[in-house]
Design a protein around this ligand. Structure first.
Ligand SMILES: Cc1ncc(COP(=O)(O)O)c(C=O)c1O
Length: 369
């Protein structure tokens, strides 16, 4: 298989574990195993007794049942657990696509959402988000992009990197277009449940019918990326079966300790969501005045969900800026060029507790340079 390097991940690989502040993480504040086990009085004992044999390939029934609580129309046989969302993206694309197929992808995007399809040989149309319209997508453009061989439409909302949260009517319109044309809607919902107002939360795509696949993960809103537990939820039996068959060639089954901890965490999902929400909103209270003060240097669109945004850097080159920031101040921002974005944006993350200190460092840097 020929596949281009994953630019975001390669950039992170250079810096993530040797800088003072990662100010562009898309995940939210994590916790220790001890913190997580403290949610239930006997959890530590049960964890110590966790059997370390192979686990059930689709994920344990108890974990899949817990995941079902996120959705309305989904039962355990509709959930296939993976090693992170990343494995699920890779397997979905390989399960559903061949070189003759056309795929439409919400863009800019987390690179694997388009790159795996490209590596298979598919024609990929980038469905571009409009910065002028708050990073919105135009369903009419989607309609115009359809071809007789369009097999998959990929959307991601809340969105990496812009933070865009789609309005419900647009989301339903996209689902309708996919259903009417016999296309699978692959909905990357890894930032779901991080909406700042509950009334803005979208339905999960998998609840809208068998033409859809929802992608979920423990990494983002629930703050547990180290578990490497993700999943797809779908009422589409063919998609499910093909992915399950391919999983035998990647990981076979998931880590037993991670399944135990993910299930425990999901039993306390509301507490985790509230914790994340609190951190994000406190951080936004710092970021808003910061961006007001530096309105001559950045154009900031405040998201309605999630822990990342995509401000535009004004008057200087974003790659040089990010490079100089990380080397002189030890603060990591992600230049938009790793998304092939030509608009001089960078990704900023505000899901971690040390964000205020990191912004302080950035502020000092801006005073000097
Ligand atoms: C939109 C999106 N999808 C999928 C993933 C992959 O998630 P994970 O790293 O937990 O597998 C990410 C991670 O950043 C992401 O931002």
């Amino acid at each position: 298989m020929q596949i281009s390097p994953f630019k975001i991940e390669r950039y992170f690989a250079r810096y993530e574990f040797n800088v003072d502040y990662v100010l562009c993480g898309s995940d939210c504040e994590s916790m220790t195993i001890e913190d997580l086990l403290a949610f239930e009085p006997d959890a530590a004992d049960r964890f110590h007794r966790q059997w370390l044999g192979y686990t059930e390939s689709p994920g344990s029934l108890s974990l899949r049942s817990e995941i079902c609580n996120i959705y309305h129309e989904i039962s355990p046989e509709n959930v296939l657990v993976h090693t992170g969302a990343e494995e699920a993206i890779f397997l979905f694309m390989h399960a559903m696509l061949s070189a003759e197929d056309h795929v439409i992808v919400h863009w800019p995007c987390y690179q694997s959402l388009l790159e795996v399809a490209r590596s298979i040989g598919c024609e990929v149309t980038l469905w571009k988000a409009s910065e002028e319209n708050g990073w919105a997508l135009d369903p009419e453009e989607l309609q115009r992009s359809l071809k007789s061989n369009t097999r998959v439409i990929v959307v991601n909302t809340p969105h990496n990197p812009t933070g865009y949260l789609m309005p419900g009517d647009t989301f339903r319109e996209i689902s309708r277009i996919a259903a009417e044309n016999g296309i699978i809607l692959f909905s990357d919902e890894v930032y779901r449940e991080s909406e700042y107002r509950i009334e803005d939360r979208l339905p999960a795509a998998c609840d809208l019918g068998a033409h859809t696949v929802s992608l979920g993960v423990m990494s983002k809103t629930y703050g547990l990326p180290g578990l490497r537990i993700g999943w797809i939820a779908t009422q589409n039996e063919a998609v499910y079966e093909r992915m399950a068959v391919l999983k035998d060639y990647t990981t076979i089954c998931n880590s037993a300790p991670s399944e135990f901890l993910a299930e425990l965490a999901l039993r306390h999902r509301k507490a985790l969501v509230d914790r994340t929400q609190k951190i994000i909103l406190e951080n936004l209270n710092v970021l808003d005045p910061f961006f007001d003060r530096y309105a001559d240097r950045f154009a900031w669109q405040r998201p309605k969900a999630g822990a990342i945004g995509f401000p535009k850097l004004l008057g200087e080159d974003v790659e040089i800026f990010c490079d100089s920031l990380v080397k002189t101040a030890g603060v990591l921002l992600l230049p938009g060029t790793v998304y092939d974005d030509p608009g001089n944006h960078f990704r900023i993350g505000f899901g971690r507790k040390n964000m205020q200190e990191a912004v302080g460092r950035l502020d000092d840097f801006l005073q000097k340079f």
